[in-house]
Design a protein around this ligand. Structure first.
Ligand code: PHE
Length: 337
């Protein structure tokens, strides 16, 4: 009997030692100590033994039980730490990382940055200005009379407090000249707003770049030279610039300027409607009335200003035929740049 108890104990300890998961541990526990367990059977048998033998065998069985219980406790706490620590093993640490989709710049941002970069190279510094403007900066200071059609409620978004959303970036010219004496050589890029019905070439919200150069002896030749350098860097060395007479209240003389067509290089195609030229924007020599508003001496200083629509440039550069594509954020479109 004593031998049997000893062998149960030995085999229990051996099996527990080899046990590697908690399900097996529960099985072993019941195999030895459960209701029908091997050691439990021994305890029952002891009850039927002669009284003088009971204490000895009982003691041996009690010690065996104690040893088995201790081993169970040890194995169970081992398993716990092992199973908790096993979590990282669910990942294959040699797998390559999951790639996160990378965002990219909007085509209008790309073109804006390129334009700013080119003018920066010609000594123009970037300035900022507000999109919510007063009538003074957007119109009056730019020599735009109160009855000018562009002031019409049809064209301008007026705010309840009497301010407005700027209809062009030209008010930045005034803000800069009010703060700074010549020489002035600045560039500004930003949003503008007009009450236009959206179609392939119009959007109530669009972007412009404004440039202003004021110093002594600035001439129209400088304007053409700067625009030509810009066109060549933006579109290629063969690009040409053409100035056409125009009217703006804040420049005199005023011009519209065209770049030679990027598709047909002047021969005439669908993009340039057979003319060989692409209309880009407006420019001119700063009107003396504007200088007067900002306290510049028009006898001493002269300057030129130019503006251009960023959407227009981007459409030419990337061959885009509908301005609305810029604002829809369709990934199939914006992922192409
Ligand atoms: N602000 C004018 C426009 O929006 C463009 C322009 C800028 C013209 C500077 C002349 C000088 O059409």
């Amino acid at each position: 009997m004593l031998e049997e108890i000893e062998s149960i104990k030995v085999s229990a300890i051996k099996e527990l030692q080899a046990c590697s998961d908690s399900r097996r541990l529960a099985e072993l526990k019941s195999k030895y100590l459960g209701r029908k367990g091997q050691l439990t059977r021994m305890f029952r048998a002891i009850a039927d033994m002669p009284a003088e033998q009971r204490p000895i065998v009982g003691k041996a069985a009690g010690e065996a039980k104690k040893a088995i219980l201790e081993k169970i406790k040890e194995v169970s706490s081992d398993l716990e730490t092992r199973e908790a620590g096993r979590t990282p093993a669910f990942f294959d640490v040699t797998l390559p990382g999951r790639k996160l989709p990378l965002g990219r710049k909007h085509p209008l941002t790309l073109v804006t940055e390129e334009i700013i970069y080119i003018f920066h190279g010609m000594g123009f510094s970037l300035v900022d200005g507000p999109e919510v403007e007063t009538e003074y900066y957007n119109f009056d200071a730019l020599n735009t009379p109160a009855d000018h059609p562009s002031r019409d409620i049809q064209d301008t978004f007026y705010l309840e407090n009497g301010q407005l959303l700027r209809t062009h970036t030209s008010p930045v010219q005034i803000r800069v000249m009010e703060k700074q004496r010549p020489p002035v050589r600045i560039i500004h890029a930003g949003r503008c707003y007009r009450r236009d019905t959206p179609d392939a070439t119009h959007s109530p919200n669009f972007h412009q770049v404004e440039g202003l150069y004021v110093d002594t002896d600035v001439t129209m030749a400088d304007l053409k030279g700067v625009l030509t350098t810009f066109a060549r860097q933006l579109l290629g060395r063969g690009a040409k610039v053409r100035l056409r007479p125009h009217f703006f209240p804040f420049t005199e003389p005023s011009v519209e300027y065209d770049f030679s067509c990027v598709v047909c290089e002047g021969k005439g195609c669908k993009l340039c409607e057979g003319t060989g030229w692409l209309e880009i924007a407006g420019a001119g020599m700063v009107d003396p009335n504007v200088f007067e508003k900002v306290g510049y001496d028009a006898e001493r200083y002269s300057g030129f200003a130019f503006g251009m629509g960023i959407e227009r440039i981007a459409m030419i550069k990337y061959g885009i035929d509908d301005v609305r594509l810029f604002y829809e954020n369709d990934l199939r479109f914006v992922e192409q740049f």
